[in-house]
Design a protein around this ligand. Structure first.
Ligand SMILES: [Zn+2]
Ligand SMILES: [Zn+2]
Length: 321
């Protein structure tokens, strides 16, 4: 497929015959979203510079702040942790890692092991939040698919870990493709609130930052390979590939109109208004943790698993280990 001839693309610098950093002409990486060609040796530095620009542009972290990086075991969060750790000293922020163990058999065990390996190699403190410690298992609840339940529980546990640890922010590995996917899904549901690169925190939620939001999926994959970082290559057995098939459309769009992915995200970001501030979260009637959804996702699962039992959960916080 060749690019559209009538697309008002900028000069296609990523087609240049040499690395924009060191000038070599061999082993070039051409990722159109990066705008320029880079050799494989210079690519990791180019990747980190791009993440750094994003951190600066959106003022994601301040000096002396401690950030918890949510690591799943996958490539995006591995690249994110490695990059934030790389910039840690120069910027005087402190990086820790948090992993939510979803307790779903072999897959979760593999993720936990890989995350342990990665954090040990970097010398980064790892906090593990285990779903099992709350006495629940991830099951579909009423009309919500397992993946949405999993996502809600993961977010709830990340919030709890962040508040308990006193982190200024929690960084997640959402990429440019993830952001565009989320925007389009919202538009298709008639929602006009754009997902934002930074969600300011409040008393119940640490700030959320997405430092990979200018990074396409294929770049984080190349980064972990070139930096030789451990990551889980298999997908979660519950993952429904159909839920991400719009990414195939983005890829075609990017091929036909290079740099259009970022352009569409930028334009949508301006066109979609900011989410109106919701009211303050109310305490969950079962466990007391602030939540926007009446019952918090963990207690919702506990009630679904045991409809007769509506007493307090077994533990409001997981044991220290
Ligand atoms: Zn180079
Ligand atoms: Zn609760």
């Amino acid at each position: 497929v060749s690019p559209l001839s009538d697309y008002p693309s900028r000069r296609l610098a990523y087609h240049d015959g040499s690395c924009h950093r060191c000038g070599v002409t061999a082993d070039l990486v051409r990722i159109s979203e990066f705008g320029k060609a880079t050799c494989r040796r210079c690519f990791p530095a180019s990747f980190r510079a791009r993440v750094y620009r994003c951190l600066r542009r959106y003022q994601m972290l301040q000096p002396r702040e401690v950030v918890g990086v949510a690591v799943s075991g996958g490539k995006d969060s591995a690249a994110l942790l490695h990059t934030l750790h790389y910039w840690q000293q120069q910027n005087r922020w402190r990086v820790q890692a948090v992993h939510v163990d979803m307790g779903s058999g072999e897959y979760s065990a593999e993720c936990r092991q890989v995350v342990g390996e990665l954090t040990e190699r970097l010398g980064v403190r790892l906090v593990v939040e285990s779903v099992a410690a709350y006495g629940v298992t991830i099951e579909p609840v009423s009309t919500f698919a397992q993946c949405s339940v999993c996502g809600a529980v993961r977010r709830a546990l990340l919030d709890r870990a962040g508040l308990r640890e006193g982190w200024a922010g929690i960084a997640t590995g959402h990429t440019l493709d993830d952001r565009l996917l989320q925007m389009l899904k919202r538009l298709m549901c008639g929602r006009l609130d754009a997902p934002r690169p930074v969600l300011p925190g409040d008393a119940a939620h640490p700030r959320k930052i997405k430092p990979l939001c200018l990074i396409p999926d294929e770049a984080s994959e190349l980064y972990v390979q070139l930096e030789n970082l451990p990551y889980v290559e298999t997908l979660c057995p519950q993952f429904n590939p159909d839920s991400h098939r719009l990414k195939e459309v983005f890829q075609l769009m990017e091929t036909l109109a290079p740099m259009s992915k970022q352009q569409v995200v930028n334009t949508l970001q301006r066109a979609m208004r900011e989410a109106p501030p919701g009211g303050p979260d109310a305490p969950c009637p079962d466990c007391g943790h602030p939540t926007a959804s009446g019952l918090c996702p963990l207690c919702r699962l506990q009630r679904a698993a045991n409809p007769a039992h509506r007493a307090a959960p077994q533990r409001s916080e997981p044991p220290d280990d």
